[in-house]
Design a protein around this ligand. Structure first.
Ligand SMILES: Cc1cc2nc3c(=O)[nH]c(=O)nc-3n(C[C@H](O)[C@H](O)[C@H](O)COP(=O)(O)O)c2cc1C
Length: 375
């Protein structure tokens, strides 16, 4: 018998640990069904809210590309360039809950054994707003969704009581998790923003409120670059820009650092890792740090909008890696590098004789030879 790719996460059985993250790939029932056909183990819907949503004029996402052997970084598509990151200022779903509800039901009827997670978001500034979280949770779970993901992390909401703005407020995180848990019959995951001082504190607040898992990371707050010829931001409307979110390869190491903090602080809790995943070697980082599932956005957007080749590659590379190492399930390697991340002071220093100050490495000038003064 070959390795087993299926996993159990927050009490749910997934055919494999690879999910499409809440984003354009999951913005419609047709996309989500195509994603299940392609082989994704689960799908998190584009975030569903109750407030009307109107996106900015023009493109909502573009991709920053690097040119090998040159420092050139730009959103211009050009031959031979490599993906650096995605940048977006897209809001949550611009479809209403009434649009989503029958579709969630139809997806679950068509794919009863696949895991469908509804991402939801409301405000939190009043009891009425908090009740909106419950309205959304109940409406989605009545259609048979398997779990709820609380969006506490969208980096470009104007409202002070929404998205990453509440993702920085531990008390509100706890309250929102608690309010949703009061009405939920399904697991509740909290998606946190990486843009905080100490993400462990936000995760603690979510767990205290009853969250069953933490998802990290959402995109990192950032700006598009300024074109040196036109002096305009590479993405703008009428010359204006606002903070948006960086995703894709550039955030893999950043998001890993957040995940390492989380899994070390709560080794027995469930974590879904996101950020810069396009193949199994990327996903492996999150598994080795302790994640039970991972999610993909940017790489899937660039692969026929829902990532059929990406998931195919993830599955075949995972199978091959497990066969090669004799791993039977994800549990055989989940978390086995979690404890290798330590305070800087615990990293070994060489003894005086072997000390070269690290100057032998790329990027440093050769150390100056000690000057000998002639008598
Ligand atoms: C265009 C775009 C829209 C997104 N919309 C949402 C959203 O509605 N809800 C959410 O929780 N995350 C949203 N995200 C964040 C992604 O789910 C994911 O956390 C992020 O892109 C990092 O993953 P990646 O490096 O694979 O892109 C969005 C990302 C992009 C690029």
């Amino acid at each position: 018998m070959g390795p087993q790719l299926s996993v159990s996460f927050t009490g749910l059985r997934f055919d494999n640990p690879f999910l499409l993250a809440s984003a354009p790939p999951t913005e419609s029932d047709s996309n989500i069904m195509r994603a299940f056909d392609a082989g994704w183990g689960g799908v998190v819907t584009k975030t569903i809210g109750l407030h009307p949503v109107v996106n900015v004029a023009g493109p909502k996402t573009r991709f920053l590309r690097a040119t090998p052997d040159s420092p050139h970084l730009s959103m211009q598509r050009r031959p031979g360039s490599a993906l650096h990151s995605s940048w977006n200022w897209e809001l949550i779903s611009d479809k209403t809950i009434d649009w989503w509800v029958p579709r969630l039901g139809r997806i679950k009827q068509a794919y009863p054994s696949r895991i469908l997670v509804a991402s939801i978001m409301a405000g939190s500034g009043s009891d009425e707003e908090l009740a909106n979280w419950q309205t959304l949770a109940v409406a989605c779970q009545n259609e048979g969704v398997d779990a709820l993901e609380l969006n506490l992390s969208c980096p470009h909401m104007d409202r002070k009581d929404m998205g990453s703005n509440i993702g920085k407020d531990q008390e509100l995180i706890s309250i929102v998790a608690q309010v949703v848990k009061q009405v939920s019959r399904v697991p509740v995951w909290a998606k946190l923003t990486p843009s905080t001082t100490d993400i462990v504190e936000e995760a603690r607040a979510a767990f205290l409120g009853g969250a069953d898992a933490i998802t990290s990371s959402n995109t990192f707050p950032s700006l598009p670059l300024i074109d040196p010829e036109t002096l305009e931001f590479e993405m703008n409307v009428d010359g204006m820009v606002s903070s948006g979110g960086l995703g894709g390869p550039a955030i893999l190491p950043l998001s890993m650092a957040k995940m390492a903090e989380l899994t070390q602080a709560f080794p027995d809790k469930a974590f879904s890792g996101i950020g810069g995943i396009a193949d199994f070697s990327h996903a492996l980082n999150y598994f080795l740090l302790g994640c039970g599932t991972v999610q993909v956005c940017t790489a899937a957007m660039l692969d026929h909008a829902v990532g059929p080749n990406v998931v195919h590659r993830l599955l075949s590379e995972m199978r091959t890696a497990m066969e090669r190492r004799g791993w039977e399930t994800l549990e055989d390697f989940r978390g086995i590098r979690r404890d290798r991340v330590v305070p800087h002071s615990r990293i070994r220093r060489p003894d005086a004789k072997a000390y070269h100050g690290g100057y032998e490495a790329e990027g440093y000038a050769a150390p100056e030879a000690p000057t000998t003064t002639k008598a």
